[in-house]
Design a protein around this ligand. Structure first.
Ligand SMILES: [Zn+2]
Length: 171
């Protein structure tokens, strides 16, 4: 049984069991991880307010096969402008892949207001998908306007309008 401590951006929360939730974090020390927060849906929960998606938090876990949240202390309120990045991190990163450069960038967006498309572009480039000089993977003609998460490829505006909105990340 091991106790671990790290700073994290909260990506997502999903109900499990009667009153628990499975929380997705992008952490400084371990990359993306999932941790169970016990009794977090009870009104008496002390950690719920400190584990708001889109917010930064200091979190303590116990690791016994799986992660369980012991406690948490929020550093920032949820920042709604991070929604697109949070979805990218949830969909495009793998568990237990620590990435120091990506974490440094995430630290920047905690304090700086970077336009959403620029953040998407920067994070995608850090994940290995550089769209700055990319052209459309469908028509091969127009300049890249968006990234498609299911195809890991860039498309132009006209081609992006033909696919489901949930797939499209504007850059
Ligand atoms: Zn196109």
């Amino acid at each position: 049984m091991q106790e671990l401590y790290t700073k994290a951006l909260v990506l997502d929360r999903r109900p499990v069991g009667e009153a628990d939730e499975l929380v997705t974090f992008y952490t400084e020390k371990f990359g993306k991880i999932y941790a169970r927060a016990k009794s977090i849906r009870k009104i008496t929960s002390k950690v719920s307010a400190h584990l708001q998606p889109l917010g930064f938090t200091q979190v303590r876990f116990i690791h016994r096969g799986n992660f369980t949240v012991l406690d948490a202390m929020a550093e920032t309120r949820p920042r709604p402008q991070l929604i697109s990045i949070v979805r990218l991190l949830a969909d495009m990163t793998h568990e237990w892949e620590k990435d120091t450069r990506l974490w440094q960038y995430i630290q920047r967006i905690q304090i700086e207001d970077i336009p959403e498309k620029e953040m998407n572009r920067d994070v995608l480039a850090l994940l290995g998908f550089d769209g700055r000089h990319a052209s459309c993977a469908f028509c091969k003609k127009e300049q890249a306007y968006a990234f498609l998460k299911t195809r890991n490829d860039f498309v132009c505006r006209a081609c992006a309008s033909k696919v489901s909105e949930s797939e499209v990340v504007c850059i």
